[in-house]
Design a protein around this ligand. Sequence first.
Ligand SMILES: Cc1cc2nc3c(=O)[nH]c(=O)nc-3n(C[C@H](O)[C@H](O)[C@H](O)COP(=O)(O)O)c2cc1C
Length: 158
Amino acid sequence: MSSLGTMARKVLPFFAKGRVVRGFGRGSKELGVPTANFPDDVVENLPEELCCGVYCGFASIDNGTVYPMCLSIGWNPYYKNEKRTMETHIIHNFSEDFYDQQLKLVIVDFIRPMLDFTSLDELKSAIASDIVTSHKILANDAAAALSKHEFFLLDEDV
Ligand SMILES: Cc1cc2nc3c(=O)[nH]c(=O)nc-3n(C[C@H](O)[C@H](O)[C@H](O)COP(=O)(O)O)c2cc1C
């Protein structure tokens, strides 16, 4: 297990919520993997154990259906971002964007460190493999129970 994973698991499961803000828009266009970005204050308030990496868990939009998700936390080394971001890919086909809507999530487990890649195709395959890994991890009973956590039921703030 990587040391990043060992550190992260000390604070997992971790719950977060915030309004979806615009990223660079590359997720949908270049990667075919739409991502919802959290505002800076949510990223800045993450525990240091969740500094960076690729994780999986569950997420909802405006207290709606809870779906599996995978997310990245870090500087997107492939794109050499200067600002750390937290980007969630909800594993479901949505017909519309959800900017400014409330994203709630629980991070359940660490998958891998953020990596640099020599081509966009390599980044795409890594994310495709993250999605498969997420489904495997989240099928576990203890993990799946978190999708029913009361955090997702509370009906405030929408
Ligand atoms: C599951 C997942 C894994 C990711 N892994 C990496 C990675 O290893 N390296 C990287 O540079 N970016 C990674 N990303 C971030 C993507 O590069 C990023 O979501 C994409 O650039 C879209 O960003 P944008 O919404 O700001 O346009 C990952 C994103 C997701 C959802």
